[in-house]
Each structure stands twice: as C-alpha cells, then as structure tokens.
Design a protein around this ligand. Structure first.
Ligand code: ATP
Ligand code: LTN
Length: 340
C-alpha cells in the first residue's frame, strides 16, 4: 500500500487553518510559498483544515467566510488547481474517520507532550481547553497519512507534530502490516520561523503577536508598510545578519531575502554603511510590490464564490479518490467487518 506509487512524483501534503481574517507573513514565508513551489515538482495536496479550526471556539459565519478567504488566498498566492489538489478538510470525511483509528493508537502521555497543546491550552484556560484541542495532532497525523505523504512543508513549530505522525505510522505498520508511507518534515531554514516585528524573540503568530508586530497579507499595504518602518531593531546601527545578537535586524533581512530572492550576504553588502531606516523603508517597498498583486488576485477569487466553491468541490473529489483507498485498507487491517 505504502509503495503503491513507485514511478510517480513524490507526494507533499500540508494544511492551513481558516482561523483568522487573513494569513500573516509568517504563514506565507514559512509554509504557503513552499506549497506554491512544490506543485511544480511534486504531487501536491493541500487543505484548508476547518476541522482543526473548531478546536478553539469559532463563530459559524466567520468560519465559513474564513474558509473561503483561506482558499482564495492560497489561489492568490499562486496555487493552481490544475497542478495541485486543493480542498476543504471537512469535505473529505475520511480525515475524521482515520483520526479516530489513530486516536486509539496514541498514548495519552504521548499526546500530552505536544508543546503546541501546552501553549494553546495555557492560553485557553481550563474551561476553554477542549478534548479536540488535545487530540488535534492526531487529526493532523491522519491528514498526512491518508495521502501516503512523503514530505510535509511547514514552519518549524510543526516539527513535533510530524515526528508524532511518523511514530504513529510506524506503530500502525508494525502492528497491522505495511500501510502508511513515513512522511518527513520539509522545513526551509531561512523562513522556518519569521519573528514578530515588535518582539523578534517570538514567532509572528495570529494568537501571540501584538497588532503592530504582525503583518496581515490582506491589510491595506500602507498599514503593513508602516509596521515594517517601525519594526524593533537594536541600539547598534550596523546592518549585519546575527540572529543571536541582532534578532530584529536579522529577521528583517530574512524577510527581505525571501521576498526579493536576494541572498542575505548580498543584502549585507548592499546596505553596508547605511542606517536601519534605509533597510526598513526599502523592505516596506519590496513587500508592497509583492503584496499588491497578491491582494488583487485574492479579492478576484472572493468575488466569485460560486466558482471558488466549484474549484473546492473538484479538489475534494480528487482528494477522496486517494483518501478512500487508504481508509479502506486501514479498516480492513484493523479488523472492521466490511459492510455489505
Ligand atoms: P497559531 O499561532 O494560532 O498557532 P499561526 O499564526 O502559527 O497560528 P498556523 O495556521 O498555525 O498559524 O500556521 C500555518 C502554517 O504557517 C504552518 O505551517 C506554520 O508552521 C507556518 N507558520 C506560522 N507562523 C509562522 C512563522 N512565524 N514563521 C514561519 N512559519 C510560520
Ligand atoms: N497543525 C497545523 C495545520 C495542519 C497541518 C496538517 C499542517 C493541520 N493538518 C497536516 C501540515 C499537515 C498548524 O497549526 N499550522
């Protein structure tokens, strides 16, 4: 089962939650940009993971809107439904079905060690922390394993979840026979963790960043430009890449390099002898030039929700072809009596 596609391109799978009004720059540089590149070389499957989004209370209308907005942004960023599979997680019921089986293979202590759960549950408090939030990494494992995934493009914060996914796949394969491909994390060093513009020691994050430290892709570009111009740096004046000693400047160089394609070394040369203000102002311009067409395309996709929904329906149908096959094999191996 796991080696069913020997001659095809390696498969990548990744998911993004439809939880906020807009993606932020960390989401784009850490994950989505790689998704776009990988559709050229891989059999790429991507999902707007709405089942994950309800692990924290969501307003129904906002969730529906955020799901369309997430899909539109992915298309706006350059995903091409002809070259990848793009779908909404809840449209493919096999995700929940496989998640249950994987839940029954996961140790309670094993799940309790997930650092993202510890962080998020601390933020939610005892009342707001659901069992869904606790088993969320197991649902993520099911997402990945359903598609016999080889590589998972994500930011650094997801590494532990990919490790858990590998452990669960190995456990299942060991117990029931070879069924799942063992996936590997695909994490680009340079963009693995984009820092908050006001506090570069923490990652830019929709749940942790201050309003001035987070760059929302769908904001008016002049709002984001201002955030770049007032980014926190340090009292020194030299533009040099040193994440330990100069986290603010290094973060700006990382972002600049990722958006422009120029290497950090080249940028250090370019800005030699200049003050931080020059770097910030130019970066604001580079960002604006990139984000304007992205926003325009995203808004165009949102303008035609019927077409967008049709695209997502075609994606779900493609995804299900693979998902049903994996789930069928799993059910059979676990020993469920086939219905007739
Ligand atoms: P939260 O803080 O609520 O967990 P988030 O802002 O981290 O949300 P997610 O929806 O969890 O965003 O992440 C989507 C993708 O973006 C994941 O692959 C994640 O690793 C990546 N990502 C998120 N923030 C960053 C960041 N600051 N730098 C690099 N990648 C990031
Ligand atoms: N947990 C991830 C989102 C996510 C995901 C996935 C990523 C859900 N399922 C499968 C990669 C593969 C997050 O919070 N960023």
């Amino acid at each position: 089962m796991a080696s069913e596609r020997p001659t095809q391109r390696p498969r990548v799978f990744s998911g993004i939650q439809p939880t906020a009004g807009s993606f932020h720059l960390g989401n784009y540089l850490g994950a989505v940009r790689q998704w776009v590149a990988l559709q050229e070389t891989h059999d790429a499957v991507y999902s707007v993971v709405d089942l994950h989004a309800i692990t924290i209370a969501q307003d129904p209308k906002e969730l529906r809107d955020a799901t369309r907005l997430a899909a539109a942004q992915l298309l706006g960023a350059g995903l091409d439904p002809e070259r990848c599979t793009l779908f909404v997680q809840s449209h493919v019921p096999e995700h929940s079905q496989l998640a249950w089986v994987m839940n029954c293979l996961t140790g309670f202590g094993e799940a309790a060690r997930m650092t993202q759960f510890k962080d998020k549950s601390a933020k939610q408090g005892a009342e707001g922390t659901t069992v869904g939030l606790f088993t969320y990494p197991v649902l993520q494992a099911a997402d990945i394993l359903l598609y016999q995934t080889d590589q998972v493009p994500v930011g650094e914060d997801q590494r532990q979840h990919i490790e858990l996914t590998r452990d669960l796949a190995q456990r299942f394969n060991g117990r029931y026979g070879d069924t799942f491909t063992l996936p590997a994390a695909y994490i680009l060093k340079e963009a693995a963790r984009i820092g908050d513009l006001q506090d570069p020691a923490i990652k830019m994050s929709k749940s942790a960043s201050s309003p001035k430290g987070i760059v929302w892709l769908m904001d008016e570009p002049r709002v984001s430009a201002k955030k770049f111009r007032s980014a926190v740096t340090d009292t020194d004046t030299v533009i040099r890449y040193d994440p330990e000693a100069k986290p603010g400047v290094s973060n700006l160089l990382d972002v600049y390099s990722a958006l422009s394609g120029e290497s950090v070394a080249r940028l250090e040369e370019k800005f030699a002898g200049q003050l931080y203000g020059a770097l910030k102002t130019e970066l604001a311009e580079v960002f604006t030039d990139w984000v304007q067409p992205f926003r325009t395309r995203t808004l165009e996709y949102l303008d035609d929700p019927a077409e967008l929904d049709a695209t997502l329906a075609r994606g779900a149908a493609k995804a299900r072809e693979v998902a049903t096959r994996t789930l069928e094999a799993v059910y059979e191996r676990v020993g469920f009596l086939p219905p007739r």
